[in-house]
Design a protein around this ligand. Structure first.
Ligand code: AMP
Ligand code: MG
Length: 345
């Protein structure tokens, strides 16, 4: 099938200090948002691709630029609770969690108000809201004076961007402006909680254990079960290379990866390994990248590592991590990116 690429446009890249964002630069980016354009910007989780959430024409451009299916709703980013109340009805749970965790890596699905266009919510009567803590994100929304709808700033299906270079790879020539504010801190997307059902729809940057200290929430299993079944169609967060994940007892995982890597190399394939530690793989004829020793480091480096290995390997083999804290989000992304090639050893 021929891909419709749309006309290429001029993309400006604006370097902004992540700690002390220059006011005039954010004012310029806010102007692009108010005029209905698309701006990629860093948040504490991953880079977002933003448009005025109240302008349905602008929002439609997000789907076109990302080649994202229209039935996947967007998260609306807000800079204060007044803005949240203009677009949503906050129930008791939402108020409680917002008070504790906003700004931060938590998205709350709440009943929406009339002003939010159907394009933002994929026709649902709920809207997902988040207040980012990254100074650039927060100050950009403040300057724009409108809520900003923003999914991750990558082409649909690809690993999310954690550096401006990743956004440039995927979206240069397709959007108006890219704010380069350096590497994002958390590295995986926000935790999404449906406050109307108390279900976690997506594990993410805020550990479920933290939420459970305040509210009793369930983990929505639907998508996970589908993803675990063989022949799964839905691949997300994925490199072009085939991705195979092994998890379980570390020694067994290492053995398994060494064995498979040898077999693949003998077949003439280029192998990449995403490892928590380089050491056991030093003898292998493979490209090895270290994700990091702590689970927070692994989360921060995950997507960047997948993008890096994708340039050098036909098959990527990754070590899984423990499903604790942010590890649950890491495993969720690895599982979806591997399209079912996700094995306990
Ligand atoms: P991303 O596009 O990567 O930022 O991810 C946005 C996530 O939020 C997706 O998993 C969406 O399905 C989810 N989401 C956004 N709005 C809603 C909503 N109203 N109800 C349920 N899930 C939502
Ligand atoms: Mg995304």
């Amino acid at each position: 099938m021929r891909k419709r690429m749309g006309k290429r446009m001029q993309t400006e890249i604006l370097k902004v200090d992540p700690k002390n964002p220059e006011k005039e630069k954010l004012e310029k980016a806010a102007e692009v948002i108010r005029e209905g354009g698309l701006v990629a910007f860093p948040t504490e989780t991953v880079y977002g691709l933003g448009a005025n959430a109240l302008d349905k024409k602008a929002v439609t451009k997000i789907f076109r630029a990302k080649q994202r299916p229209m039935d996947n709703p967007l998260i609306v980013h807000i800079s204060d609770m007044g803005m949240a109340r203009r677009i949503a009805e906050l129930n008791e749970v939402a108020e409680k969690l917002a008070k504790e965790f906003f700004p931060g890596p938590l998205t709350l699905v709440v009943p929406k108000k009339e002003v939010v266009p159907a394009e933002v919510t994929a026709g649902l009567d709920t809207v997902a809201i988040r207040m980012p803590s990254h100074p650039i994100a927060l100050k950009l929304i403040e300057a724009a004076k409108v809520p900003i709808a923003a999914p991750s700033a990558n082409l649909a299906g690809k690993p999310s961007p954690t550096k401006a270079e990743h956004v440039i790879e995927d979206l240069y020539g397709r959007i108006d402006l890219i704010i380069d504010g350096g590497e994002t801190n958390i590295g995986v997307e926000s935790t999404v909680l449906d406050t109307t059902t108390l279900e976690i729809l997506r594990p993410g940057g805020l550990p479920i254990e933290e939420i459970r200290k305040l509210v009793d929430v369930k983990v929505f299993k639907g998508k996970v079960e589908v993803a675990k079944s063989p022949g799964m169609k839905y691949r997300h967060y994925a490199p072009d290379a085939e991705l195979i994940v092994f998890y379980g007892k570390r020694d067994d995982v290492v053995e398994k990866i060494k064995k498979l890597s040898g077999e693949l190399v003998r077949k003439g394939l280029r192998v990449g390994i995403a490892a928590t530690n380089l050491q056991p793989y030093s003898e292998l004829n493979a490209e090895v990248i270290e994700l990091g020793n702590s689970i927070e480091e692994v989360a921060k480096n995950l997507f960047s590592c997948l993008r890096e290995l994708d340039k050098k390997a036909d098959v990527i083999i990754a070590e899984g991590v423990e499903e604790k804290g942010i590890g649950l989000a890491v495993m969720n992304r690895l599982m979806k990116a591997s399209a079912g090639k996700f094995y306990r050893v």
